[in-house]
Design a protein around this ligand. Structure first.
Ligand code: ZN
Length: 190
């Protein structure tokens, strides 16, 4: 899978849109990413998982750990490609935790897999869950990285790095140009 093929799939599946968007954060952006749409097709989910596992330069992890919901499908596919187990963290009363009987073997080396790195917050919270259990985060993988200049405190790999600028309405050049902003996920995109 080349980067051009990936970009093509992201845009044809509606996972990556260009225009003028009002994000749920209230900020305006010229792009919008919704990876769930790119993962609808299991064959593509498998291809992206295999590509991430192949791009990982570190040692083979003992398991893959993802934060729900965004990391579930791609994390499972990366685990399939590595031939290891997949488990996930989720929030309970706002705190990232392992539920459903999942546990992390002490000393296990894992990679964290997400659909998009945005602020890195959920990745760091997931790494903290691993650390508390005595497991080691070897690195983190994602389909899209839109962290800009921010970096994670361990090795990371993404299939696509995007510069998604999100700005308050007052600073939005698209508003100034008189282009109407639309909410992603609204009927206009169906
Ligand atoms: Zn705007």
């Amino acid at each position: 899978m080349t980067e051009a093929e990936l970009k093509d799939h992201l845009s044809s599946s509606g996972a990556f849109l260009e225009g003028h968007f009002l994000l749920s954060s209230g900020l305006h952006s010229p792009n919008y990413a919704q990876c769930a749409l790119a993962l609808k097709d299991p064959a593509w989910a498998g291809k992206m998982g295999a590509a991430l596992a192949a791009a990982w330069q570190g040692r083979r992890p003992d398991l893959v750990l993802s934060p729900a919901m965004g990391g579930l499908i791609i994390g499972h596919e990366v685990a399939r490609a590595f031939g290891v187990d997949f488990i996930f963290t989720e929030r309970e009363n706002g705190v990232m935790t392992l539920r459903r009987g999942f546990s992390l073997p002490k000393g296990a080396g894992l990679v964290i897999v997400e659909d998009v790195f945005t602020t890195g917050k959920s990745t760091l919270e997931t790494a903290a869950v691993a650390e508390a259990a005595g497991a080691k985060t070897l690195g983190a993988l994602s389909i899209i990285n839109r962290m800009g200049a921010r970096v994670l405190p361990f090795p990371s790999v993404s299939l696509l790095k995007l510069d998604l600028v999100a700005l308050p309405e007052a600073d939005c050049p698209l508003c100034r140009a008189g282009i109407p902003a639309v909410k992603p996920g609204s009927r206009k995109f169906q």
